[in-house]
Design a protein around this ligand. Structure first.
Ligand code: F0G
Length: 438
């Protein structure tokens, strides 16, 4: 049987087998993407039949179809045998309607899809389930990634599920949160901390992977993108297969926004949905090469040295999936924006206080959305879905620092301080004015 999927260079269209381990094109050095034989997939089922198949699987009690990635197995990695799948399961994250954000933005319908509700508390579990499963299928014994914290947490945890699979993670020293750092250590991964930034970490690791038999699981490995695009599938399914008008995504290495764009494009090609949302990529102003490129009309590739930001997981100056992201966003008439530290942290406090606890990276998307509303890029009637990428519990220090007003240059507009009181019932009661509620 001819495989249903291949690797294709995004620069010169050269094709490679998917079961080859490769991350770039021999001919032009560009990155690759997985392409599926959409004609064969179309011949298999029509749009309504695909929808019915996936809806039927929502009732699965066990097995791979319980996963929010593998429910869509045939569209994620159709050539991967079910027996090779490493799943926790992941996905099935909540989609919250946020009236407080709707009021502030003057928007009709705003939802947050909380990918922080994944097993290792970030969206990375989706791509890692695909990447580790494919690696296992190819017989990889050791996996590796450079990370700003979440990729490494996910990789370490999925590799730990595979008997005999070893992992190496390479992290920029002092630039990942304590909770993120604890995750690969807990999972038994070889954890290296380098006195440099993420851009350098990934450059060095790619060099090592050329010489050593390590299966590289950064998003330069396009198999990961296939897992991540299930965010688009699941979002569409949660909305009864009626996609929102805009999807807002925080952007660092730019793999996720490319994946989400690919997911929607493939669903439309297969007749599963009839239109695709526009994409808004949000970056922290301290690390915003794509937002700058969009302002400059994408006339040349922008690389920056990433500066300090509370959104440390997207502190990336030279995104690996730059070209894929620009293509995904331009194809649907979307754009990129940048948000300041004040905007990011206020947006976080607002969403957190609505009972949806998000990380500063996710808050960058919320702040980007508010900016796009102010500028009139997104109109009031648009149905908007914001992708929150990791849980607030991964960044507790940032939350506490904001509420105590100790982040330099940031005014804690929504501060909720801890009250230190003596250990007595009356001291507690004195906190309740007039005997009422707190
Ligand atoms: N949000 C969070 C919480 C992330 O961890 C990342 C990326 C992003 C957004 C951006 O996604 O890179 O696909 O554009 N974290 C990577 C890591 C770089 O190593 O964990 P992207």
């Amino acid at each position: 049987m001819t495989p249903l999927s291949r690797l294709r260079c995004i620069g010169c269209d050269r094709d490679y087998r998917l079961d080859e381990i490769r991350y770039e094109c021999d001919a032009c050095g560009n990155i690759l993407e997985v392409v599926h034989d959409l004609d064969r997939l179309k011949a298999l089922r029509g749009g309504a039949e695909w929808r019915a198949l996936f809806d039927g699987r929502l009732a699965a009690r066990d097995g791979i179809h319980r996963s929010g990635v593998w429910r869509y197995h045939e569209l994620v990695l159709p050539d991967l045998p079910a027996a090779a799948i490493v799943s926790k399961p992941e996905g099935n994250t909540n989609l919250y309607r946020l009236p407080a954000l709707e009021r502030l933005a003057g928007s009709a319908e705003v939802r947050v899809k909380h990918e922080g509700e994944n097993p290792t508390l970030s969206f990375k579990d989706r791509g890692m389930s695909a990447g580790v499963s494919w690696g296992r299928h190819l017989g990889a014994r050791a996996v590796a990634c450079a990370s700003t914290g979440d990729t490494s947490a996910a990789m370490a945890s999925y590799a730990a599920q595979v008997e005999g699979m070893k992992g190496l993670v390479v992290l920029p020293k002092g630039k990942v949160s304590l909770e993120q750092l604890s995750q690969p250590i807990a999972s038994g991964c070889l954890t290296a901390s380098l006195p440099t930034d993420f851009d350098e970490c990934i450059r060095l690791l790619r060099e090592v992977c050329r010489r050593r038999p390590l299966y590289l699981l950064n998003s330069v490995n396009s198999v990961r993108i296939e897992g991540q695009k299930s965010i688009a599938f699941e979002l569409a399914q949660q909305l009864g297969w009626s996609p929102p008008d805009w999807v807002v995504v925080p952007v660092g290495n730019a793999g996720n926004i490319s994946a989400i764009g690919k997911g929607f494009a493939e669903m439309r090609a297969l007749g599963i949905i009839d239109r695709v949302p526009r994409l808004l990529g949000a970056q922290a102003a301290a690390a915003a090469p794509l937002a700058r490129a969009s302002e400059e009309g994408y006339k040349s590739r922008v690389r920056v040295r990433a500066g300090d930001t509370a959104a440390s997981a997207i502190r990336i100056g030279d995104p690996v999936s730059y070209d894929k992201a620009v293509r995904a966003v331009r194809d649907v008439g979307g754009t990129f924006v940048a948000a300041t530290e004040q905007e990011i942290l206020d947006a976080k406090a607002l969403v957190d206080a609505a009972g949806v606890y998000i990380c500063p990276n996710s808050a960058t998307a919320v702040a980007g959305f508010l900016k796009a509303r102010q500028r009139g890029l997104i109109d009031a009637a648009s149905r908007v879905a914001i992708i929150a990428t990791a849980h607030g519990c991964k960044f507790s220090q940032t939350t506490i620092d904001y509420h105590t007003g100790t982040i330099p240059g940031v005014a804690p507009g929504h501060a909720n301080r801890v009250v230190e009181i003596e250990a007595s019932a009356s001291a507690i009661e004195r906190l309740l004015p007039g005997g009422g509620e707190p």
